[in-house]
Design a protein around this ligand. Structure first.
Ligand SMILES: Nc1ncnc2c1ncn2[C@@H]1O[C@H](COP(=O)(O)OP(=O)(O)OP(=O)(O)O)[C@@H](O)[C@H]1O
Ligand SMILES: [Mg+2]
Length: 229
């Protein structure tokens, strides 16, 4: 479903070139839950940004069902962004909008009818377990609840893949495992998950495939992997 092909990313900065990714290739099949791990600076967020099209690779491509997402434009790019949902460490919620509005504004822009929106909002909030917070604002939510809302926002477009960049980075141990269990549940419901993290405990507890990056290079791909760095 997803094929990373010989990805290289070089950032050109006034202070010189930085090679963030170097010849990274791997494939992810539909339904997998894959952790991508590596020390700070290994290139995890760069890979996420290429997937979300915040950055383009210097060389190589990312194929999503045989379409190179690095070359998409306009409507096709918007469509891809709904099919690949993203969850960030710092939630990126709209602080002046309540839970329901955070979930439905894109659907409203797309012209989805109110009844469908209401039903879908209720459904995703039940999945993530914050159905009792519909009218609350982000500042009224705990860290764990904010991350659940961010996951609900990714889920509402029924994405085929969810990409999460350090989704537990701001959470305490309890909420970390709540969020990880939620990703497991979403994965069991059929959504492919790519979890980018440097949290060794989390990765080891999952007992799923682990891809290891080190200084921009892929140095490990283990079926029931453990964090080896
Ligand atoms: N916009 C940028 N311009 C220049 N260099 C960058 C930029 N973004 C990242 N880098 C560099 O690219 C390398 C990879 O960074 P990246 O953010 O992908 O690492 P990471 O694995 O996500 O690290 P962390 O665990 O700290 O989040 C680092 O050396 C970083 O300094
Ligand atoms: Mg990062």
């Amino acid at each position: 479903m997803l094929k990373f092909q010989n990805l290289t990313k070089i950032y050109n900065t006034p202070a010189g070139k930085i090679v963030a990714l170097s010849g990274v290739s791997f494939e992810v099949a539909s339904g997998e839950l894959v952790s991508v791990v590596g020390k700070s600076g290994a290139g995890k967020s760069t890979l996420v940004k290429i997937l979300t099209r915040e950055e383009k690779p210097s060389r190589g491509g990312v194929f999503f069902h045989d379409t190179n997402i690095c070359e998409l434009k306009g409507n096709k790019l918007q469509e891809m962004r709904r099919r690949i949902g993203v969850v960030h460490q710092d939630y990126k919620l709209l602080c002046e909008k309540n839970v329901e509005e955070n979930l439905c504004y894109i659907m409203q822009v797309m012209g989805v009818c109110d009844q469908t929106i209401k039903k879908d909002v209720q459904k995703v909030l039940e999945i993530v377990g914050i159905e009792n917070r519909v009218l609350h604002f982000p500042h009224e939510l705990s860290g764990g609840e904010k991350q659940r809302l961010a996951i609900a926002r990714a889920l509402i477009h029924r994405p085929e893949v969810i990409v999460a960049d350090e989704p537990t980075g701001n959470l305490d141990l309890y909420n970390t495992y709540e969020v990880i269990n939620l990703f497991k549940k979403i994965n069991e419901m059929g959504t492919t998950i790519l979890l980018f993290t440097h949290d060794k405990e989390v990765v080891d507890s999952l007992k799923k495939r682990v891809i290891t990056l080190d200084q921009g290079k892929l140095i490990g791909d283990d079926k029931k992997g453990k964090f080896i760095l």
